[in-house]
Design a protein around this ligand. Structure first.
Ligand SMILES: [Zn+2]
Length: 107
């Protein structure tokens, strides 16, 4: 009874799961990864409550992705340096601001 469909990402035809009639993505790992990334991005853009949850779970995320903690401080500093400073912030440059440096160290 199931009709084959074309995958949203790789364009190959697949048989949707009986349990997920809305399925638009085939079961290839690459496509599933893309689907997850995209649905997460969409949710981030639209769902304020979800954003709150993401913020709350950020610490857990860091714990589960120890590789990201190995990014050296210099890389983080460069990343921050590219961010446009907010006009009414304190006159202390961020690179001399102990609060920001502490925060960078704690990332
Ligand atoms: Zn696919």
């Amino acid at each position: 009874m199931n009709e084959t469909r074309r995958c949203l990402y790789c364009q190959s035809s697949f048989l949707p799961s009986r349990h997920r009639p809305q399925q638009r993505v085939c079961s290839r790992p690459d496509c599933q990864r893309q689907r997850r990334t995209n649905s997460r991005r969409q949710k981030l853009a639209t769902d304020v409550e979800y954003r709150q949850v993401v913020r709350d779970s950020q610490k857990q995320w860091w714990d589960e992705h120890p590789g990201y903690q190995k990014v050296d401080l210099e890389t983080k500093r460069k990343a921050i340096a590219r961010v446009k400073p907010v006009a009414h912030q304190s006159q202390t440059p961020w690179s001399k601001n102990p609060t920001i440096l502490d925060w960078l160290e704690s990332l």
